[in-house]
Design a protein around this ligand. Structure first.
Ligand code: SF4
Length: 256
């Protein structure tokens, strides 16, 4: 919105493939798709890159910021800072990677995990199953969203990710660099990588005074942040936890 207000041509899209149409419509201009998200959104971005290559489009590229969930969970468990008794794992991510992606974590860190859906009853069901595991002292990797999620995950989407992207060490705001926590576009598709095409040096941005990292680790609450609700609000977020309604600070601001 800020860039738009300053005159940039920023178009919201509902599917990555709409970027193909935009690039075709304006062949004299460079279209850059901002590809952000986790394993959930990445297959669609991979498909965009593949179709751009097949169509030999020379005026489209992707600025990628894509993270992987299992390495982040492992970093939280291995760091020892967070007191974690169990995880409700994300249904959309797990629909792609499958519950198998958490098998080793449950076993190595003796922590139970339950994948949940997004309806209130889905979440209650996941919390119920997780509570039972915790009371029993279990370390099970359970599925409370079996109408969407399987143990193997979506193999077609996994093959697409493998073909277009490679795993890299990556920084997450507030958590620092985590091994194998991000994706990069493979050399074979380097022509569609905006970082390479425009020689963009991306950098991590840690706002002064923001304690998102500690909130994400569960060691501090949003109200512990001196900026909460004063300098930092949903209308003018300072850190990532205030940006969307999935953020802890945003939820605390709106509902506490
Ligand atoms: S209130 Fe804002 S600045 Fe403070 S931790 Fe949350 S996102 Fe960061």
């Amino acid at each position: 919105e800020q860039a738009q207000a300053e005159g940039a041509d920023v178009q919201p899209v509902y599917s990555p493939l709409q970027a193909l149409a935009a690039a075709r419509e304006f062949p004299g201009r460079q279209a850059v798709f901002l590809g952000i998200g986790f394993e959930t959104t990445l297959p669609g971005i991979g498909l965009l890159i593949k179709q751009a290559q097949e169509a030999d489009l020379g005026n489209l590229s992707v600025l990628l910021s894509a993270k992987r969930v299992p390495p982040v969970l492992e970093a939280l468990l291995a760091g020892g800072q967070a007191r974690i008794d169990g995880f409700v794992t994300p249904g959309h991510v797990t629909a792609i990677i499958g519950t198998k992606a958490y098998d080793a974590l449950c076993e190595n860190y003796h922590v139970p995990m339950v994948v949940g859906g997004f309806e209130p009853l889905d979440l209650l069901g996941a919390i119920h199953l997780l509570s039972k595991e915790m009371v029993a002292g279990g370390q099970g990797n359970r599925n409370a969203y079996s109408r969407v999620v399987s143990h193997a995950g979506n193999r077609k989407a996994q093959a697409l990710l493998e073909a277009v992207f490679e795993v890299k060490d990556d920084a997450l705001r507030g958590l620092g660099v985590i091994p194998r926590a991000g994706y990069a576009i493979r050399e074979a598709y380097g022509r569609y990588d905006a970082e390479r095409r425009f020689e963009i040096a991306t950098r991590s941005c840690e706002p002064d005074g923001c304690i998102c990292g500690e909130i994400l680790c569960g060691v501090k609450a949003p109200a512990d942040c001196p900026l909460f609700g004063t300098v930092c609000t949903p209308g003018s977020p300072v850190g990532s936890c205030m940006v969307s309604n999935e953020g802890a600070c945003n939820a605390a601001f709106l509902f506490d």
